[in-house]
Design a binder for this molecule. Structure first.
Ligand SMILES: C[S@@+](CC[C@H](N)C(=O)[O-])C[C@H]1O[C@@H](n2cnc3c(N)ncnc32)[C@H](O)[C@@H]1O
Length: 304
């Protein structure tokens, strides 16, 4: 328990310092002051994270809210619906959730950490599993602001630390660590996997979701400038290569729970996140425009 308290206290402090250092605290507090007060009647955390108002909301208030939400674009993860305002995000994040949810262990009373949590879509989905502590970590101040606005109304007990995984310090503190969509952006994937392993309690589980290739054997692609027009992609492992990375990091039981092609239903541009559609980067022979094999997504549950 002392470990959990120290972990919390020290990272809450780091998060506060980061807010001050970056000027976020000031910007954010003025943003919150502008949000129209709307009383929530019901919250539905299903495919859409939806908040329903107690009474008919004044059109002026909705207009103001929509303007603030739009100013926080792009909304990559979602969808959300706040009092009838539908935020149609680039990613239909429920597809990923539905690939991991059936395999989640009992989370009641557990400490759950989502590293690279984006705007916190999965944190809201995780609430139904009743963890004792729910923490999201993401250094993007834009995604942090998106989370803060949604949670200004939802008022959930969720800790969101605008930190990067390198700033996390703790040994055997978490029961479950989610790390989805982050590994391939990391220069040193082993360092990230080792950090996750050290944060986990014995018998804890890491949920590692990554872009992968649908190829046999423990191979890895190191793309050039971009992959499917996305920059900052350092490596794309095959599922077998990712399995080897997890084994070498020290995980004892490693289960591949899903391996699926990335589809244009899951990721597509919207008015809330303007981007070029995936179809623009895949050519007729099924390869990416850069001449690489097409994108797949794989989930591993790796137990310490
Ligand atoms: C592709 S998104 C994945 C978001 C979400 N986990 C999902 O699966 O939909 C990668 C996220 O990792 C975050 N990120 C980037 N560098 C990070 C770091 N060093 N530590 C933690 N998160 C990081 C980004 O801000 C972004 O929100």
């Amino acid at each position: 328990m002392k470990g959990t308290c120290d972990f919390f206290a020290s990272h809450e402090e780091r998060a506060r310092q980061k807010e001050q250092r970056t000027g976020f605290a000031l910007k954010y507090s003025s943003l919150l002051k502008e949000l129209p007060p709307i009383v929530v009647l019901r919250k539905e955390y299903d495919r859409v994270i939806r908040l329903i108002a107690q009474e008919r909301t004044e059109p002026n208030a909705l207009e103001k809210l929509e303007q603030i939400l739009k100013s926080l674009s792009p909304w990559r993860k979602g969808p959300f619906e706040l009092f009838g305002i539908r935020i149609d995000s680039e990613w239909q994040s429920f597809y990923k959730w539905e690939r991991i949810a059936p395999f989640l262990p009992n989370l009641e009373g557990r400490l759950v950490l989502d590293i690279g949590c984006g705007n916190g879509y999965y944190l809201f989905r995780l609430l139904e599993k009743k963890p004792a502590y729910l923490i999201g970590v993401d250094p993007s101040l834009l995604y942090y602001a998106q989370f803060q606005v949604v949670n200004f109304y939802a008022k959930e007990v969720i800790s969101f630390w605008p930190l990067s995984w390198e700033e996390l310090e703790g040994l055997r503190v978490a029961d479950v660590v989610l790390c989805m969509g982050l590994l391939y952006h990391e220069e040193n994937p082993f360092a990230l996997l080792r950090k996750i392993h050290s944060l986990l309690k014995n018998k804890g589980v890491a949920i590692i979701e990554s872009l992968t290739l649908d190829i046999k054997g423990p191979f890895c692609l190191f793309p050039g400038k971009s992959y499917c027009n996305v920059g900052g992609v350092y490596h794309i492992p095959s599922p077998e290569a990712l399995y080897e990375w997890l084994k070498k990091t020290g995980f004892s039981r490693i289960e591949k729970t899903s391996h699926t092609p990335l589809t244009m239903e899951e990721q597509r541009p919207t008015i809330w996140a303007k981007a070029k559609p995936l179809s623009d980067f895949l050519v007729a022979n099924g390869q990416t425009k850069e001449g690489y094999p097409p994108p797949w997504r794989t989930v591993f549950f790796a137990y310490k």
